[in-house]
Design a protein around this ligand. Structure first.
Ligand code: BES
Ligand code: MN
Ligand code: ZN
Length: 459
């Protein structure tokens, strides 16, 4: 429904470097003169709103750079959402993958406005031929819900509140929901989640959500839900701690992927496991040198309380592995080392399953949700050796930190051959088309599409 049906949609011309001179000639003199006067060039992502007749609003231009501009940056339409004046617009120009382009547009509309009192008017688009609007909306809504969770500060998104968000999503899709809280974690043999969460006034918990036909292939998603990571007694310095509200980005990605999978009603039995804690400091905190027996029976020496993500994940992965799902994926803002290796925008993933690795890399490119494989290099396993326990949670020296973290996790996945771990950053440090600055549940769209591709309904 349009608010003002009397106003016709304004045009947006997609303009490449090669197409610019032809388009320029077709424009009215005022518009052409204006574009020249501001020095418009159709570089990728450049937006210009042209004057119309008698002061009315004219059409807009969206530069796409080369003719391949939309292939290289499929989310360029995201620029329109943030830069055009509110109202109804119509796209003029060819789109290779209209659904993905439209997804980028919707993703570009996102603002973290939970704590803003005044709402913003929206830019909307007329239907784009060939684009699956329902899918683009569903995907963008799921990703934006994940962004909201990451952007919410830890005084608002407590352990209780993150679990509540999972429960509310579950209620929309009639899932079986279970939450194991505080001391119950010990009774249920999830000691590592209990240990890491012990210092916080907000009790740790495990969310266990099950959806779909019990006879369908089993897909399990595990997400690191550290609502704030102080580092624990191995306290982080101030600059490293500043952004640690985003340390539940893995849980946000798992929930976003789950929302897409359930929304598309994919033919799988989905399970989402979220170990949720605040890694805090108090007299009850776990300490460097402590030794715990994990759910798997493996004893773990704490070399560093700041390597908490792998600790809560190992119990959740053990639980997931007990039913040997057909696909097991975890998402976690696990290491700074992954950022040193690949930067904020290209999360590494780890798997020993060659076919799965190929599919992940391919679907990531297809969905404009890029990832890069790093090796689960077994010869580095001795770096995690402990003098008094089966394994240490950190290595000495910190070489190959993203790899040793992945090796640590893999130790707890013993029965499930199709397993991959994503070490995501969960954050866009500076805005790009379709990716506003702030929380980003990286790899969620990728994983949902991967599940769709892998488990097609048999007709
Ligand atoms: N949540 C952090 C990892 C992190 C830091 C992700 C910065 C993204 C940006 C994690 O819990 C952590 O503190 N990891 C330590 C591990 C180290 C103690 C072995 C790290 O990467 O420094
Ligand atoms: Mn940490
Ligand atoms: Zn952390």
């Amino acid at each position: 429904m349009s608010d003002s049906p009397s106003l016709p949609a304004r045009l947006v011309h997609l303009v490449s470097e090669a197409g610019w001179s032809t388009l320029q000639e077709s424009l009215p003199a005022v518009a052409r003169g204006y574009a020249a006067s501001v020095g418009f060039k159709p570089s990728a992502g450049r937006v210009l709103v042209l004057p119309g007749e008698a002061g009315a609003g004219g059409p807009a231009l969206l530069g796409i750079g080369t003719d391949e501009g939309l292939v290289e940056q499929p989310f360029l339409l995201g620029k329109l959402a943030s830069e055009l004046p509110a109202g109804l617009w119509r796209i003029e120009g060819r789109l290779d993958n209209p659904t993905l382009a439209l997804t980028g547009f919707h993703l570009g509309q996102y603002r973290f406005d939970r704590f803003k009192t005044v709402a913003r008017e929206a830019v909307s688009l007329q239907p784009i031929p060939g684009a699956d609007l329902a899918r683009a909306r569903l995907v963008a809504e799921a990703v934006c819900a994940g962004r909201d969770l990451i952007n919410r500060p830890a005084n608002d998104l407590t352990t209780e509140a993150l679990a509540q968000a999972a429960r509310e999503l579950g209620e929309r899709f009639r899932v079986e929901y279970r939450e194991i809280i505080g001391p119950e974690l010990l009774a249920e043999n999830l000691p590592m989640i209990h240990a890491v969460g012990a210092a916080s006034a907000h009790p740790p918990r495990l969310v266990d959500l099950i959806w779909g036909d019990p006879r369908a292939p089993k897909v399990t998603l595990v997400g690191k839900g550290v609502v704030f990571d102080t580092g624990g007694l191995n306290l982080k310095p101030e600059n490293s701690m500043l952004l640690m509200k985003k340390d539940m980005g893995g849980a946000a990605a798992a929930l976003a992927a789950a929302e897409i999978i359930m929304g598309l009603q994919l033919p799988v039995r989905l399970r989402v496991l979220l170990p949720i804690v605040e890694n805090s400091v108090s007299g009850a905190a776990f300490r460097p040198g402590d030794i715990f027996r994990s759910r798997a029976g493996t004893t773990i020496e704490i070399g560093n309380t700041d390597a908490e993500g792998r600790l809560i994940l190992c119990d959740a992965l053990t639980l997931a592995d007990e039913e040997k799902p057909d696909l097991l994926i975890d998402f976690a803002t696990l290491t700074g080392a992954a950022r040193v290796a690949l930067g904020p925008d290209l999360p590494p993933f780890f798997t020993q399953d060659e076919a799965l690795a190929e599919a992940i890399a391919r679907v990531g490119r297809l969905e404009n949700d890029p990832v890069w494989r790093l090796p689960l290099w077994k010869p580095y396993r001795p770096m995690l050796d402990s003098k008094s326990a089966d394994i240490n949670n950190v290595s000495q020296g910190g070489f190959a930190g993203a790899i040793t973290a992945a090796i640590f996790l893999k130790e707890f996945v013993r029965n499930t051959p199709h397993y991959a771990h994503f070490d995501i950053y969960g954050w866009t440090p500076s805005a790009r088309p379709g990716r506003p600055e702030g929380g980003e549940p990286q790899a969620a769209r990728l994983v949902a599409s991967l599940v769709q591709e892998r488990f097609r309904a048999r007709e």
